[in-house]
Design a protein around this ligand. Structure first.
Ligand code: TXD
Length: 311
């Protein structure tokens, strides 16, 4: 059986374990610093397996040793910004948590592929790659599948068409400057721009950009986790089943789209070696301008990281 370890058994981590267990292609380990919590969640989830008829092993631990021999490591560990905490303070704290999670797990799973979720996403993926020294194929950030799924859900709500027929591509950094590519999006092959009026499409794009904030405002405490965790499970499945699935993910840029030495959301091919290939769309001038703006925002956070930790 494949083995997937999830570092951070909070809302996103535990929900990812749930989606993964339902798919029954890997045993799962949940690791968290909170004593008893990952063990309790794992035991509870394990006891659901006879009911849903899935043979997935699920264990919880406070020790990295439990992750030994993992095929995939998913990092969701981190803290949310607290009142009075600056963005740089948060960056420093989460960089410490993610950096340790990455280097400690690598000791026990030298061949693992990393999927990073902790925010600021693009920068935490960058940090994971730098701290582990792994090739870019083996460190991938999750953001684009989620952002694209939000747009797909909104298009389905607007049109009444099955979500399965709706293809949307949201690229760029995981933030307000994300880039919803309406020209490349379609409903069963019909361009989205031909199917939905311009003002409705504009409203969908705006709602997609603020998709995370909309949920934070509703929940009051915490942020979205069902959809982010489902995205993460899809990535893990595509990798372990060697599907060559093309999906928007944060990948290390080595000249693609004119970008260098940074993580950025682009369509990638996911297979057994991880991020197997970056797909380059032909962008028009408007799209290029949106990419540049988004890339500048991500670069800024990368630079801020270099001021608070040594890479
Ligand atoms: O699309 C995306 N990339 C995202 C990102 C979508 C959803 C959530 N996203 C980010 O993931 C979010 O902004 C946070 O940075 C992380 C985790 O979000 P989640 O909602 O799961 O937060 P929780 O519920 O607070 O869980 C975090 C857990 C919590 O149980 C802590 O005890 C644990 O992380 N934690 C640690 N685990 C292991 N090791 C260390 N050092 C540690 N520190 C905290």
């Amino acid at each position: 059986m494949n083995k997937i370890s999830i570092i951070g058994a909070g809302m996103t981590g535990a929900t990812a374990a749930h989606w993964l267990a339902e798919r029954e292609f890997a045993d799962i380990v949940l690791v968290d610093v909170v004593e008893g919590m990952p063990q309790g969640k794992a035991l509870d989830m394990l006891q659901a397996m006879p009911i849903i008829g899935r043979d997935a092993g699920i264990v919880g631990s406070n020790e990295y040793e439990a992750t030994r021999g993992s095929d995939i490591i998913i990092i969701t560990a981190g803290i949310a910004r607290k009142p009075g905490m600056s963005r740089d303070d948060l960056l420093k704290t989460n960089a410490g948590i993610v950096g340790t999670a990455a280097t400690e797990t690598l000791k026990y799973s030298p061949d693992a592929i990393y999927i990073v979720l902790t925010n600021p996403l693009d920068t935490m993926a960058y940090l994971t790659m730098k701290k582990t020294g792994l090739p870019r194929e083996r460190v991938i950030g999750q953001a684009g599948i989620l952002d694209s799924a939000r747009m797909r859900a909104f298009v389905a709500m607007e049109t009444g068409v099955s979500v399965e027929n709706i293809n949307c591509y949201v690229l760029g950094g995981h933030g307000d400057e994300m880039v919803p590519l309406t020209r490349h999006s379609n409903i069963a092959g019909v361009p989205l721009r031909d199917y939905i009026s311009a003002d409705k499409l504009e409203a969908i794009v705006a709602r997609t950009r603020k998709g995370g904030a909309e949920i934070i405002n509703l929940l009051k405490t915490g942020s979205a986790y069902y959809a982010p965790a489902a995205a993460c499970a899809q990535m893990a499945e595509a990798i372990l089943k060697d599907k060559n699935l093309i999906a928007p993910c944060a990948a290390y840029m080595n000249g693609e789209y004119g970008l260098h030495d940074m993580y950025f959301g682009v369509p990638v091919m996911l297979g057994r070696t991880g991020m197997e290939k970056i797909i380059e769309y032909k962008l028009d001038d408007d799209e290029k301008a949106m990419f540049e703006k988004s890339a500048a925002a991500v670069k800024e956070t990368h630079e801020a990281l270099k001021n608070v930790v040594e890479l």
